[in-house]
Design a protein. Structure first.
Length: 256
């Protein structure tokens, strides 16, 4: 049976586009890494919150999402007070969750496990960005996260944490650990739940990218600092998780 020449032509075109896309992305990553290193040195006295480096990272994510037929649907950003630092809680199913969060208009630092800091390029970018490394094998890991988190919050930056502590393998939102909620309580700031959908299936076919794909970012109502302070850790984490689970179910039932 002969192959369909039209289908074969489309396959070649998609492959070539993917190669061009990865090539451009690689160049952009290298350029952002070099510029970030320069900015850390030059702007350190003038930009303690590293907003400029964060905006460079945001630019890189725009390049990541430049594939022609990808849709980005972001809702709820009007709920964000851009002058207010938050502890941001995000569900985690894929590395693509990281660029997706840059669609919200906040300057934030990530909390990331030590193993990610060892990945070439990613580790260097996390360090230059000022992100917080957590060593899960250390008994003092959470104390370090709270100390470093409060430092960045004091500079006006938010802290982004995956409260599940690891990537979900089935796409569902599992039990939350207490770290994000302890930090919000200690720092006296609101919690901003953000639910992501569509990141886990992007690389379902390996490096070959889908021609059409929809990413959804849903910003939920912030939990005020007064409410955070008044609730027990377990009660607070369960309440936030319930809100995020309900939002995730809603996103799954939406038509692309």
């Amino acid at each position: 049976m002969r192959s369909n020449p039209i289908s074969h032509h489309k396959h070649i075109r998609k492959t070539m586009l993917a190669i061009i896309y990865y090539f451009i992305l690689a160049i952009a990553c290298f350029a952002v890494l070099i510029l970030s290193a320069i900015m850390v040195v030059v702007l350190r006295p003038f930009d303690p919150a590293r907003r400029c480096i964060h905006e460079l990272s945001r630019l890189l994510t725009r390049i990541f999402f430049c594939w022609p037929k990808w849709r980005k649907i972001v809702r709820g950003v009007e709920k964000i007070d851009r002058k207010q630092p938050y502890v941001i809680t995000i569900n985690h199913t894929s590395m693509v969750d990281i660029p997706m969060l840059y669609h919200i208009p906040l300057n934030f630092r990530w909390v990331s496990k030590r193993e990610v800091f060892r990945i070439p390029f990613f580790g260097q970018m996390l360090t230059l960005h000022g992100d917080i490394c957590i060593d899960r094998s250390s008994s003092s890991a959470m104390a370090k996260v709270i100390t470093m988190g409060k430092k960045w919050i004091g500079r006006g930056a938010s802290i982004a944490i995956f409260p599940e502590g690891t990537r979900s393998k089935d796409g569902e939102i599992h039990r939350f650990k207490s770290g994000a909620f302890s930090l919000a309580k200690d720092a006296g700031v609101p919690i901003l739940p953000v639910v992501l959908h569509g990141s886990d299936t992007l690389f379902a076919n390996g490096w070959r990218l889908p021609w059409r794909h929809t990413f959804r970012v849903e910003v939920l109502d912030p939990i005020p600092a007064e409410v955070v302070a008044s609730m027990e850790l377990k009660e607070l984490s369960e309440m936030v998780r319930e809100k995020m689970v309900a939002a995730k179910e809603m996103l799954k039932n939406m038509n692309d």
